[in-house]
Write a protein that binds this ligand. Structure first.
Ligand SMILES: *[C@@H]1O[C@H](CO)[C@@H](O)[C@H](O)[C@H]1NC(C)=O
Ligand SMILES: *[C@@H]1O[C@H](CO)[C@@H](O)[C@H](O)[C@H]1NC(C)=O
Length: 324
């Protein structure tokens, strides 16, 4: 009995020490890219889970190959039968809006709720490009904040080029919201704002989610534990600071957040909404900023907003305002 208690106490106490010594462990916990759910989907065969979709790879960096699914607007399903990747790429230029979907941590582009959202967007009439960042799914390389951002940036420029200038909207869910705003800042620095930004269940700064995690909360009594976490995040170059990014972004923005989100608290979405409203005022742009909340009774929590019956209408209205 005594030994068991001692064991538990030392296991508890060793976690901060291990994290301090091996800070990359925290990075692995944040990306969780090695959990390649769902295990039995062949990512090179999207037809097993999604219709009118082709799989291809982009070299987003030296030695980095990133897997992407291109799902066509559902209205094109008949025409798409048996077509080549070249035909798909050509069709991206048909003038319909393109959504780049940047998923959250854990698992691949084949996870149910990700596929579910792609179906909704395809039914509304958009092209959807859904990628697995470096280190995720069948993509090569190792994840890092800078690396994920580069992947998204590369895909945005690729989409802009092949869609021949159609509206390209960047959609980031959860961890992907930070990738989205990081990429948007870079694109803006390069000279033109991203056409549209949709953030689903976004956080203010990733460290604020980490510090609120149930595992981290077990250590809240340990003096200095929270500053240890921030210190580690700094050492592994992870900040994903949406709140800071939104202070400079001039793109039209739609935030979607469920009141019962059990991973990224709802108040973080509200905070970002306020930040963006103030920023647009300060930067004197008239770009629209909107937040849509989903009632806790609906039970969409962190990953199921795609089930909302009014989601199509909300997104269509936001995009139509931009395309006229
Ligand atoms: C693809 O579309 C066909 C015909 O509409 C449907 O029967 C099939 O279930 C769809 N497959 C997937 C994976 O959604
Ligand atoms: C963090 O970034 C700095 C500066 O770019 C770099 O020298 C360092 O190797 C990076 N650390 C990690 C763990 O990636």
């Amino acid at each position: 009995m005594k030994r068991a208690v001692w064991f538990l106490i030392s296991a508890y106490a060793s976690v901060p020490v291990i994290l301090y010594l091996f800070p990359w462990i925290l990075g692995h916990a944040i990306f969780a890219h090695l959990l390649r759910f769902p295990f039995f989907v062949d990512l090179s065969k999207p037809e097993d889970v999604l219709n009118h979709t082709c799989n291809f790879y982009l070299n987003t960096d030296q030695g980095v190959s990133v897997g992407v699914w291109h799902t066509l607007p559902a209205s094109q399903w008949e025409k798409a039968a048996g077509k080549s990747p070249e035909w798909y790429r050509e069709t991206l230029g048909d003038g319909r809006p393109v959504i780049i979907y940047l998923h959250g941590n854990v698992g691949t582009r084949a996870i149910n709720h990700r596929v579910g959202l792609v179906k909704v967007l395809s039914t509304v009439g958009y092209h959807v490009l859904s990628l697995d960042y470096r280190g995720f799914g069948d993509s090569t390389g190792e994840p890092s904040e800078a690396g994920l951002t580069s992947d998204a940036l590369y895909l945005y420029h690729w989409a802009k080029k092949h869609s021949k200038g159609s509206l390209v909207c960047v959609w980031g869910h959860s961890l992907g919201s930070g990738v989205a705003t990081n990429a948007a800042v870079k694109i803006q620095e390069q000279g033109s704002a991203v056409d549209a930004l949709i953030l689903e269940a976004p956080y203010t700064r990733i460290g604020e989610v980490v510090a609120k995690h149930p595992l981290a909360k077990m250590y809240i009594f340990l003096p200095g534990f929270e500053s240890l976490l921030w210190n580690i995040l700094e050492r592994i170059n992870i900040s994903f600071d949406n709140n800071k990014n939104l202070q400079v972004l001039t793109s039209p923005l739609l935030i979607l957040h469920s009141e019962d989100d059990n991973v990224v608290p709802y108040h973080m979405g509200q905070k970002l909404y306020q930040t963006s409203l103030q920023a647009k005022k300060k930067l004197s742009t008239h770009a629209q900023v909107e937040m849509i909340s989903f009632n806790a009774d609906l039970g969409f929590s962190h990953s199921h907003i795609y089930l909302a019956p009014d989601l199509s209408a909300v997104v269509r209205k936001f995009i139509e305002n931009l395309t006229g």
